[in-house]
Design a protein around this ligand. Structure first.
Ligand code: SAH
Ligand code: MG
Length: 206
């Protein structure tokens, strides 16, 4: 059973994860094979808490990686910029303090392992087979394809690849996550599970 307190904290947290998609992500993590859950793109910890609800139920951990400097759309002048997230001392976005508040306030510090790094740098150091990989980092084509290429090989057999913000229709949003999803599917290594909203779920066959 998913941890209901963490699910409620996730639903109340700031971020870009609708409750029905977060819930579907957590359910997928609950059903994944043994191993850690890994998230690319922690931001302020909202989706991390959905994964933490599953990690707690599994008796395991969720590892989440972010350089905490924001994606393109979070930078000054862009659609999702929040001036309150800029560290005045250095003039750069810093979502780490807010992330830590979210996780601590929800009482999830025991199941969340946060790594401050570029996802591609951590991927090069990683060896543990993953139960579930959640891709929700930068949504440029270069980043979305790089996250897929650098992290998907770390999934265990039967492990689940979750991709967020997949919009087949350009009118609904950017196409980079959709193209990464297509790249994965077209490789023939995956079976698609039923997703939710813009969340796609693929199970690794080989
Ligand atoms: N998953 C979050 C939202 C993530 S927003 C939620 O649903 O609540 C995307 C995040 O990806 C941003 O915080 C940004 O800093 C991070 N990011 C972008 N490029 C990255 C990279 N190369 N490595 C690590 N994190 C990156
Ligand atoms: Mg997202």
């Amino acid at each position: 059973m998913l941890d209901s307190g963490l699910l409620a904290a996730a639903a109340a947290a700031t971020g870009f994860m609708p409750a029905d998609e977060g819930r579907a992500l957590a359910e997928a993590a609950l059903g994944a094979p043994a191993g850690p859950i890994l998230e690319v793109g922690s931001y302020l910890g909202k989706s991390t808490l959905y994964l933490a609800a599953a990690a707690r139920a599994r008796g395991g951990k969720v590892v989440t990686v972010d350089h905490h400097r924001g994606s393109e759309e979070h930078q000054p002048g862009w659609e999702y910029h929040d001036p309150g997230l800029v560290d005045p001392a250095i003039g750069l976005i810093d979502t780490l303090p807010g992330f830590r508040r979210t996780i601590a306030a929800a009482g999830a510090e025991d199941v969340v392992v946060a790594v401050v790094a570029r996802a591609e740098d951590l991927a090069g150091l990683w060896t543990a087979p993953l139960a579930l990989l959640f891709l929700d980092g930068s949504h440029t084509d270069e980043s979305a394809q790089r996250d897929l290429a650098s992290w998907a090989p770390h999934l265990a057999a039967g492990g689940i690849l979750a991709i967020h913000d997949v919009f087949p229709d350009p009118a609904d949003g950017g196409q980079a996550p959709y193209r990464a999803y297509r790249t994965a599917l077209d490789s023939g290594d995956w079976t698609e599970l039923s997703g939710q909203g813009s969340l796609r779920l693929l199970r690794r066959d080989r």
